[in-house]
Design a protein around this ligand. Structure first.
Ligand code: THU
Length: 134
């Protein structure tokens, strides 16, 4: 997978997300989700949703993904995709857009049903780490 946006192999990243989705634990919603992203050093990180009997404590796929990023060396996300149980593209929920902002910033490229968009278009005027240092 190349780093350059125009040549980036999104289909390969979606395939990785679909594989991650196959490991989801979603007995309550019946809605498995898989996410995959590339980091700025070229490595790929993944996550799947992991639900809980308490419902509200369920973890989105993006939670696992940012944990995977941090655990495997940290860095910055450059490309992100997310799929549902049918393998179709899914937009990240509001909370997860904030998680992605922390580790990808406004320029993170997000693979959406409406095309590849920078995160700044999906989370306008985002609150982020910079606000805490101003
Ligand atoms: N879900 C995710 O994993 N990521 C999202 O961005 C959207 C929603 C999960 C949470 C829950 O386990 C299931 O999808 C149904 O909402």
């Amino acid at each position: 997978m190349t780093q350059r946006a125009a040549e980036f192999d999104w289909e390969a990243l979606r395939k990785v997300a679909r594989e991650a989705m196959s490991h989801a634990y979603a007995p309550y919603s019946g809605f498995p989700v898989g996410a995959a992203a590339q980091a700025d050093d070229g490595r790929t990180v993944t996550g799947c949703n992991v639900e809980n009997a308490s419902y509200g404590l369920g973890l989105c796929a993006e939670c696992g993904l940012v944990s995977d990023l941090q655990r495997t060396g940290g860095g910055h996300l450059t490309h992100f995709t997310c799929v549902d149980g049918k393998g179709a593209l899914l937009v990240p929920c509001g909370r997860c857009r904030q998680l992605l902002y922390e580790f990808g910033g406004p320029e993170l490229l997000v693979d959406t049903p409406k095309g590849v968009l920078p995160l700044s278009e999906m989370l306008p005027q985002a609150f982020g780490p910079d606000h805490l240092t101003q």
